[in-house]
Design a protein around this ligand. Structure first.
Ligand code: SF4
Ligand code: SF4
Length: 115
């Protein structure tokens, strides 16, 4: 029997909602209109329907709560849904911030910053 892939449980360090520019699409805004005031189009770069939340200056995503949980978890952008705890990028962010690598667990790891 093949080994199961390791599973990781997000420990809510919050780094993936602080240090990554989140590119979101029109469909994300249609699903969650509260994203609209904080995004702007990237005309000419990737197409007219692509937006981003700008976190270049170290500001966390405005939807990130003080408890490091996403305030719009159920309707968060697709790119956030695809971000997996324990992924290469997750581990990279943790190491850069001086945190230990996220350890695999038997828990039911879900993608992104869980709420
Ligand atoms: S998961 Fe939520 S708080 Fe984190 S970047 Fe996405 S929208 Fe922002
Ligand atoms: S997914 Fe990774 S980087 Fe993001 S909050 Fe969880 S442990 Fe931290």
């Amino acid at each position: 029997m093949a080994d199961r892939d390791p599973q990781y449980e997000c420990d809510l360090c919050g780094l993936c909602c602080q240090d990554v520019i989140v590119e979101i699409e029109q469909a994300d805004v249609d699903r969650e209109p509260r994203l609209l005031p904080m995004v702007y189009p990237l005309h000419g770069l990737f197409g007219a329907h692509l937006f981003r939340i700008d976190k270049r200056y170290g500001e966390p995503c405005p939807m990130l709560g003080r408890d490091n949980r996403c305030g719009i978890y159920e309707t968060r952008p697709d790119v956030c849904r695809r971000f997996e705890p324990g992924s290469e990028k997750c581990q990279e962010l943790r190491i850069e911030a001086g945190l230990p690598r996220l350890k695999a667990s038997g828990g039911n790891g879900d993608g992104g910053n869980e709420s």
